[in-house]
Design a protein around this ligand. Sequence first.
Ligand code: TXA
Ligand code: MG
Length: 359
Amino acid sequence: MKTTLLTPETDENAVKTAAELIRAGEVVGMPTETVYGLAANALNGEAVKKIFLAKGRPQDNPLIVHIADFEQIYDLCPAVPPQAKLLADAFWPGPLTMIFPKKDIVPYGTTGGLDTVAVRMPVDPVANCLIHLAGVPIAAPSANSSGRPSPTKAEHVIEDMDGKIEMIIDGGAVGIGVESTIVDVSGEIPTLLRPGAITIEMLRETVGQVEIDPAIQGPMAANVKPKAPGMKYRHYAPKAELVLVEEKNPETKEVISDRVIEEINLLAKSRLDQGQKVGIICTEETRDCYPQGMVRSLGFRSRPETIAHNLFAVLREFDDLDVDCIYSESFSKDHLGQAIMNRLTKAAGYHILDVKEEV
Ligand code: TXA
Ligand code: MG
């Protein structure tokens, strides 16, 4: 299959062509405000199978269904609970996904065999236009091969999907850079299943009590089932070993100090002395503190949205550079930091080194 790349900025038919492909049961790479998605008709079981095939994704890992208007939700779910309505009013269109009981029309192929369906209304104008023109709700997981970091640029989608899907819409770099917040609203109390740009603080401010699924906080015991099936897979994994280095200070909530920088430099030196390629993940505030290794800044620690925006691209870059190991600074876990640290600790396989505990 030859994969066509079209840019809406220069080709006025780009989104229309993609919509026709979706109506014909094909798969298309689409930009959203969070990460790129692999889009297909959510109500067409055969089309959805092609998504799983292109990604190499396990069949039991359900997809998010994207809509363009609030009313479309009633095609997918029998009812919208009051708390979900409050959240939709506050955060849709935007980077929030909610889990509802599903209607029969939604195939089990889309929901990974579950009786619930994940729904999101993206704010990205290209995604919104595509859903409108396709005239059907669109199932879309992140457009990476299963296990790789999510794509935040069309180039990343090409890397993983060239020859596997009909078309990719190049909408430029995404805005946010980490996937949507997922909240289960099918039970009594809303439960956060995946942190994202709509933070737990924002959710609680809107609906009061919100629980947090334990799968978010750390590694899952073998006998515990996360509520979002995707959270059990080792996601976002770079090819190299990744270690997070921090100094937890419960009083100031700071996680970075001179000792962290010193430790990363020591670890890097010992690997470099063994002839290995070493990657270092830091921020603009500290990039000049690392004299050796391949040093990449994620952005400004003082502006977490810059860190989220660059995180996956930097992990992908280290894959391309074929580094043997990566040492990364750590981040505080409040607000957007919860999503950043969720992705980073998963990428590290929960390998975190606290310099305080070490000595
Ligand atoms: O920002 C995003 O959400 C992006 C863009 C493309 O919209 N999509 C995305 O999809 O991140 P994906 O497939 O990579 O992640 C979806 C997550 C998975 O962890 C999956 O297990 C969970 O959502 N999920 C989907 N349906 C679910 C359901 N019915 N119940 C619980 N979890 C569900
Ligand atoms: Mg994904």
